[in-house]
Design a protein around this ligand. Structure first.
Ligand SMILES: Cc1cc2nc3c(=O)[nH]c(=O)nc-3n(C[C@H](O)[C@H](O)[C@H](O)COP(=O)(O)OP(=O)(O)OC[C@H]3O[C@@H](n4cnc5c(N)ncnc54)[C@H](O)[C@@H]3O)c2cc1C
Length: 461
């Protein structure tokens, strides 16, 4: 297989298979392009055996230095290193696209958003999927005047049955949509998917990207293609770009820190089919979003232990929990190997404190007692290779044929879950790479390097 990979010239090589990369791969292969997807993590099937799956989650999300990174103040940051990226572990919440922000940078994805919403299972959950725990929080928040509403989810609700566990330790019913499904779609249209293949750097000659060097099983390989799309996520992409000569990647980014706030209720018991983030509200002015949050036993106990609430290690079934996530200010830097160096700015602590106060009131009104907040965590690293800074509005770097499509491209602090935005950007990039957008659109708004953009992808050699 490795021989075939090396001897083929691809229309597009995509590094990373999270929502950004998987969407570009799917869209290009659907259009008949020869696509190679290189994924650092494992592509093995998700195991439905509970013990095996916990082991997979530890390897893919919880391994220090890989999925789990720590930064200043012992703030933990998680990302999925596996086929589908972080979307394998995400909460499947579908938040609005920041159209105003993107339009300020010459990007309009209204058409792509419509396409994505038509293709993907997006919708508010039916009432049967809102458990008494989540309903109690919504009622309490509404009583207090907070605009708490249901959140749209990426879930195949028709496949859901009472008792189905949310995909924390596997998703036997296939209810949660993830980018894995886009990868499978791409492969069914002829794309080649190689797992455990870590892209090291891009091969650049005379200002043009020609291929990538990746490592698999201790060996290095070179592959060549007409277009190279780096989609290794908010941390992975700048590491590859720096190694390829773009030394300014990986500075001044966001990671959307969060805390959870929880208390114990006597009169309700958590069900096995609790779904996280079924409802909540966004306080845009104060820069935080608040949602309900259901956690499985292992994570619930871990969160309690982190803040020395050992007496609450076994209270998961009685715990009512809220998540507070903020729009943090840009800052920090990554090391060349992807180490995260960013602390919480005083204004970010203030936002978390304000969110905590609101969450505490909602919990108290809901009848919860023994309320405490958990330690800081972050799950949306982005803005490390911003549009308008290192990328033009077509997501192209200063090198010809080298593009980025993942959370790194987000140009400004934002603070909301990004998957719908990334899928829409991926669709738009695929149209650009196949020249479909040329008639409709003027030249890129801010071309970093002023060279004409290719109208058609180069022919496969
Ligand atoms: C617990 C959790 C809950 C979340 N909940 C939500 C939610 O409800 N809604 C929402 O919209 N978002 C949510 N998110 C965030 C969302 O999952 C991510 O923002 C999104 O997956 C980012 O997509 P991406 O394409 O930027 O990259 P990623 O998903 O990070 O994928 C990048 C891929 O690149 C691979 N890679 C990295 N380096 C290399 C390399 N050198 N070579 C090859 N491959 C490489 C990685 O293994 C990974 O597969 C959540 C995240 C987490 C962790």
């Amino acid at each position: 297989m490795e021989k075939i990979i090396q001897n083929t010239h691809y229309d597009a090589i995509i590094a990373g298979s999270g929502p950004g990369g998987a969407t570009v791969a799917k869209e290009l292969s659907k259009r008949g392009k020869k696509v190679l997807i290189l994924e650092w993590g494992s592509g093995e099937d998700i195991s439905w055996h509970p013990v095996k799956h916990i082991w997979q989650a530890l390897k893919w999300l919880g391994m220090p230095g890989r999925g789990l990174l720590f930064t200043r103040g012992f703030l933990g940051m998680v990302r999925g290193i596996c086929k589908g990226g972080s979307s394998v572990f995400y909460y499947a919440s579908c938040f609005k696209i920041p159209h105003e922000m993107l339009k300020r940078h010459g990007i309009d994805v209204t058409v792509e958003e419509k396409e994505a919403k038509k293709e993907l299972p997006v919708g508010e959950l039916k009432d049967a999927m809102i458990t008494p725990m989540a309903a109690r929080l919504m009622k309490s928040a509404n009583d207090l005047g907070y605009p708490w509403k249901k959140i749209e989810k990426f879930m195949y609700q028709e496949k859901w049955k009472p008792g189905y566990p949310f995909g924390y330790y596997g998703d036997p019913g296939g209810v949660k949509w993830s980018a894995r499904m886009q990868v499978d779609d791409a492969v069914s249209h002829g794309a080649v998917f190689v797992d455990r293949a870590r892209v090291k750097h891009v091969i650049i000659r005379d200002g043009k990207a020609e291929g990538v060097v990746f490592k698999k099983g201790g060996r290095e390989y070179s592959v060549f293609g007409s277009k190279i799309v780096i989609a290794a996520g908010g941390i992975g992409t700048p590491v590859i770009l720096r190694a390829s000569g773009l030394k300014k990647a990986g500075y001044n980014f966001f990671y959307d820190p969060l805390i959870t706030v929880c208390g114990v209720v006597k009169d309700i018991t958590a069900r096995p089919d609790e779904i996280p983030m079924t409802g909540g509200f966004h306080n845009e002015e104060e820069g935080y979003v608040i949602t309900d949050m259901a956690l499985p036993f292992m994570i619930d106990a871990g969160f309690s232990a982190e803040v020395f609430r050992f007496h609450r290690l076994f209270s998961q079934k009685k715990t009512l929990r809220i998540m507070v996530k903020i729009r943090d200010s840009l800052g920090g830097k990554l090391t060349d190997s992807g180490g995260v160096r960013k602390g919480l700015a005083p204004e970010d602590r203030l936002k978390l404190d304000r969110g905590y106060e609101a969450a505490k009131k909602i919990l108290e009104h809901a009848g919860a007692r023994g309320i405490f907040r958990t330690w800081y965590l972050a799950a949306h690293p982005g803005g490390t290779v911003k549009i308008g800074d290192l990328l033009d509005s077509n997501l192209r770097t200063e090198y010809e044929n080298l593009y980025v499509c993942d959370c790194s491209v987000i140009p400004e602090p934002w603070g909301l879950p990004p998957v719908l935005t990334l899928v829409s950007l991926g669709k738009r990039l695929a149209k650009h790479l196949t020249g479909e957008d040329v008639k409709k659109k003027p030249a890129a708004k801010k071309a970093v390097r002023k060279k004409p953009l290719q109208k058609k992808p180069a022919k496969v050699k």
